[in-house]
Design a protein around this ligand. Structure first.
Ligand SMILES: [Zn+2]
Length: 302
């Protein structure tokens, strides 16, 4: 009798622990906020982009996530080929120090910029990429509360829409030694799919990462697909988002994202059009893969 009671307690506590990995209410509230008209499409070097930075920093502080240096903002300059001028961007960078391998770094990333406002239409970019951004906030909260084995950097990149500029500047001048970056997990558009499919790109280039993803498929109700990275796997996405900057330096990556949809890069990429349940489960899956790779990195045959 006593024994079964303990088993019962174990199940209840497991369910509670599982539920606390991602705060679904906060996840959706943050997405609704960042994809609202107030941020005017978050174009790099705009008022809306600055407001987004302030919002992200406010959230990170509230969740007691520490900046990598004394401040979260890391400014950079790049050549803006759209405007034909030098432009300033701001990456937001935070860290959870590793307990066993503090000098080896996993970079979890998502770009928070989008394309702004054109012809008086605001491109809110709810899926692209307020979705990855808000999941990254949850991952930062999780790993701050549950310190990882390796150090994990949370990189909210700017100017992705202008050619992965924030990621390129980060990789060119990382806050830590480039050789110590062991992995990049990048999220860009993870909140909707009509058949509930989340794609992982990167295992063609780095096959040793696939078993980790496979081993967690049974834990999620959404469908995980692999592709967009090698022969006969559809349009190639190897350089289509910030992970491309890491791949250029031969740093292994996985990119989580959905197929382009009817609202892709349209003013209708709004909060109302995301799929909350799919988004929540996609977020949980990315967290599970992140945890698995952090915990099992040394045992993987590379
Ligand atoms: Zn994007």
């Amino acid at each position: 009798m006593k024994y079964s009671f303990f088993i019962f307690l174990f199940f209840i506590s497991s369910i509670l622990i599982a539920q606390t990995t991602i705060d679904s209410t906060r996840l959706l509230q943050n997405l609704e906020e960042l994809a609202s008209d107030k941020y005017a499409g978050r174009a790099t070097q705009s008022k809306g982009n600055e407001l987004a930075q302030a919002y992200l920093i406010q959230q990170l502080k509230a969740m007691e996530v520490t900046p990598i240096d004394s401040v979260y903002q890391v400014p950079f300059t790049f050549w803006n080929w759209m405007k034909k001028e030098k432009t300033e961007g701001e990456n937001i960078v935070a860290i959870a120090k590793g307990t066993q391998f503090p000098n080896q770094y996993i970079v979890l990333s998502a770009h928070y910029d989008h394309v702004g406002t054109k012809n008086n239409a605001i491109y809110n970019g709810a899926d692209d990429n307020a979705s990855g951004t808000c999941t990254l906030l949850e991952l930062a909260a999780y790993f701050t509360k549950h310190p990882p084995k390796h150090s994990i950097i949370f990189a909210f990149f700017d100017a992705e829409e202008l050619g992965l500029q924030g990621a390129k500047c980060f990789v060119d001048e990382p806050p830590i030694s480039k050789d110590s970056i062991i992995l990049n997990l990048n999220m860009d558009m993870i909140s909707r799919h009509k058949k509930s499919e989340l794609n992982i790109c990167g295992t063609y280039h780095y096959p040793f990462l696939k078993s980790a993803c496979d081993s967690l498929i049974a834990t999620t109700p959404i469908t995980i697909t692999f592709g967009h990275d090698g022969p006969n796997t559809g349009q190639i996405w190897t350089n289509s988002s910030d992970h491309g900057a890491f791949h250029a330096e031969k740093i292994p990556f996985l990119y989580f994202g959905v197929e382009d949809h009817k609202d892709y890069h349209k003013p209708s990429d709004d909060f109302e059009n995301i799929h909350p349940s799919f988004y929540y489960h996609a977020s949980r899956y990315v967290l599970a893969v992140s945890k698995y790779l952090d915990e099992h990195w040394e045992a993987l045959e590379k």
